[in-house]
Design a protein around this ligand. Sequence first.
Ligand SMILES: *[C@@H]1O[C@H](CO)[C@@H](O)[C@H](O)[C@H]1NC(C)=O
Ligand SMILES: *[C@@H]1O[C@H](CO)[C@@H](O)[C@H](O)[C@H]1NC(C)=O
Ligand SMILES: *[C@@H]1O[C@H](CO)[C@@H](O)[C@H](O)[C@H]1NC(C)=O
Length: 937
Amino acid sequence: YTFNFTEHPYCHLIDTIKDCAIKFFNPEKLNDARYDKLPLSIRVLLESAIRTCDGFYTKEEDVQSILTGSSSRAKPRCPSLQRDGIPAMVDLAAMRDAVAKLGVDPCLVNPKCPTDLIVDHSLQIDFSKCAIQNAPNPGGGQFAAAPARLSPLKLPTSAQSSLSLDTPSSPGRPPASVQQIENTPLLCPFHLKPVSEPETALKNQEMELNRNKERLQFFKWCSKAFKNVNVVPPDVGAVHQVNLEYLSRVVQLSDDFIYPDSVVGTDSHTTMINGLGILGWGVGGIETEAVMLGQPVSLTLPRVVGCKLVGSINPLATSIDIVLGITKHLRQAGIEGKFVEFFGPGVCQLSVPDRTTIANMCPEYNATVSFFPVDHVTIKHFTKTNFTPEKLELLESYLKAVKLFRAYDDSSQDPEYSEVIEINLSSMVPYVSGPKRPQDRVVVSNMKEDFQRSLDEKVGLRSFHISKEKQQTRVPFTHCGQEYSLCHGSVVIAAVISCTNNCNPSVMLTAGLLAKKAVEAGLVVKPYIRTSLAPGSGMVTHYLSTSGVLPYFNQLGFEVIGYGCATCVGNTAPLPEAAVDAIKQGDLVACGVLSGNRHFEGRLCDCVRANYLASPPLVVAYAIAGTVGIDFEKSVTSEGKEVYLRDVWPSREEVQQTEEDSVITSVFKELSGRMKKGNAFWNQIECSDSALFPWDHKSTYIRSPSFFSKMMSQPPSIEDAHVLLFLGDNVTTDHISPAGSISRTSAPPSICRANGQLTPRDFNSYGARRGNDAVMTRGTFASMKLHNRLVGKNGPKTVHIPSGQTMDVFEAAERYQRDGVPLIILAGKDYGSGNSRDWGVRAVIAESFEKLHRRQLLGMGIVPLQFESGENAESLELSGKERFTIELPEDLCPNQPFTVKTSQGKSFHVTALFEDETDIICFKHGGLLRFVARTLL
Ligand SMILES: *[C@@H]1O[C@H](CO)[C@@H](O)[C@H](O)[C@H]1NC(C)=O
Ligand SMILES: *[C@@H]1O[C@H](CO)[C@@H](O)[C@H](O)[C@H]1NC(C)=O
Ligand SMILES: *[C@@H]1O[C@H](CO)[C@@H](O)[C@H](O)[C@H]1NC(C)=O
């Protein structure tokens, strides 16, 4: 930021720290009592509005309206964190060409804010294709993830990102190792890089990199040519927690000016970053591009729900219990579209990985963000990363100066929220599930009684019916020369499986630390119990080993038997025969305890009638106890030893410390190393140092968009437009811009093929070819699911009305354009537009628009028009075959009504959904890109 400080409307708020070396805007100097009452997330928006107040995009009244908390709009200007920014970067490169042609220095075109491009994502689509040999082209796009156990260990940068970032709303199935617990998909932010890398995986990677070479070349050029662009090369990792820390600044320091970091990203899981005290959320591609071009993000000032955490966490509850518990509360609270901000003394008990997991679950409960203001826990966490002590000190003193630092246990700092949800953390008690079905939950503290009940009651879904006298049966047997005995409730199988839990290392570490303390206290697991340890990946073994707990697992008999669930449950070694005989002889209800829930319904073993799912540490605990008929509160864990479970259970602090020391640190170190080293393939890629991108006209991946070839403004009115498409309700981006694989017959491949001989295998997917404007344009509306009423059946077709011929939508658009006929689209409710750039489509008339897409349309210079309430194409008896004329006056104003006239003599009213003057100016210039280019000129 280069300020003309004397002319800035808020120059009186400038303050300094570090002996005047660092400047910042201090809203405290507004001397406005309302500031101290604002939620911290809103304080971030306020600072941003103050800093970027330029009288055009952001005005002084915006600052005032944030202070009053009125429902006016906030306009944070955010740096952006992008997952796949190819279209935006291609546009910027094209803009360089455009301004250079007009005699302006192309080097002036740069993103206006720090931009991180993470290349990995682009490789994702191909990954599963290679993981499963000869699998068909995965139509599900990026989320067609292979089951985790098939993942080659190298590219999982992509596979794991889909593992960690998948949600039920994403296309494709959730990956196999992420499980639904209580119908809550577990989203794990924790991305861990496996240690070993099988050779085949390396080969796959090389192949993928070769296929994506053109894009990589382009990215590499971007990293050299543009200021403010940081490219994360392939094979370093996707946006997940560890990378978030790498990419996060918490505060931005530009020269001697400091301000809070904020982020928009092209991924709905951008919300994860709020766990680190950085305000951020996902937006559409065009909107991210707008931010990169210096426009603020506008949003209706959200209501902020304070989520107050009180009480102390049940010692036996794991992070996953807590995270799912909080998510469940939030889901029930109905907080759609609001900000959630955490406060209250309980927040300190959540580690940063816990916080990011909760923040990552935002799409689950529909909050825009779940914000965790920075506190001492956040700072401590960053000490394990690449933040130097000096930087952390600066960060802390700045955040304290502007009151963006929280001491959660000081309630005098609590802001005023529009609504408060209180969650008592002690209400989140640990459960196990069983004994017959995974959906039957038993509170651990009731386990003893519950098991007793299952013996007493007549045979049912949760019971076995054993008569009172038979309940006393105890059968002695000999194993390895020792006398043992079995009874109802005896544990004979105990399997620690990390597939459900490997995303949050704290859970496996809790189990490991419990094993360590148990061994140190002299506790043992009876040798006839089939114990096993199946870490979800090599990385789990790696951190169990670096944290020093692995030998203790082994001492208790939990030895690593392999990776993945199939191995651990299907292939456990058989029980000792003597034990099996004893079970049969006494007709005993013997138990298996395991920490996964796959294969639950298939029995572990014929002779095991009761199966319980439990967290990994509880599996260890029940193995030591040797029975499920135990109340850990009241009984010693192991016969003959005066040791209670609470004596050997590791504290949360202990677990968090181990996690910080042995997991975060080592993963971060590895990541930084890889970041520095780069990837051999990436390092080898040659690219030019030129200010203008050397477009390769043969490239089928990266092409200069034709966007800037026409720089004129839109004519004011739309006359005699034809209907290109006549659509119903709920048309989604999936219909409009399919990201899946390119089919062999749809138009784009012929384009690809025309440029060289590409085999279908090389078609790749639309997602991977986003850098090719021609492919994306032709891919628009190329969905087999598209239902166009002009045609009457599903498919990517339309009727060219003047000729009456049915043809590809793209072909029709081209033909209309040649003839100079403007186009409109008719649609129903919730129209969610895609990238219908340069099709000659001037307007979309719909019953309602998806919020983000309204803006995207304007960004493309297309006017979103809404039918009057209660009216639609049917009620107006439109056939789609008439021609439409819409008079747009010179002086547009927000939410203006217009009259639409048809060639059939009908006329009806619509509202143009311009929210403010910026929308109008942008529209008048024919879209955002042209507007920005012209501003530069
Ligand atoms: C939380 O719940 C526990 C157990 O029900 C109770 O003892 C405690 O007082 C509660 N804490 C608060 C702050 O309400
Ligand atoms: C979240 O929003 C979606 C779509 O608006 C809706 O279907 C879903 O029920 C909402 N979920 C919750 C928990 O409010
Ligand atoms: C569109 O979606 C809404 C809400 O999800 C649903 O109620 C409606 O039936 C859908 N309409 C059509 C035509 O599918």
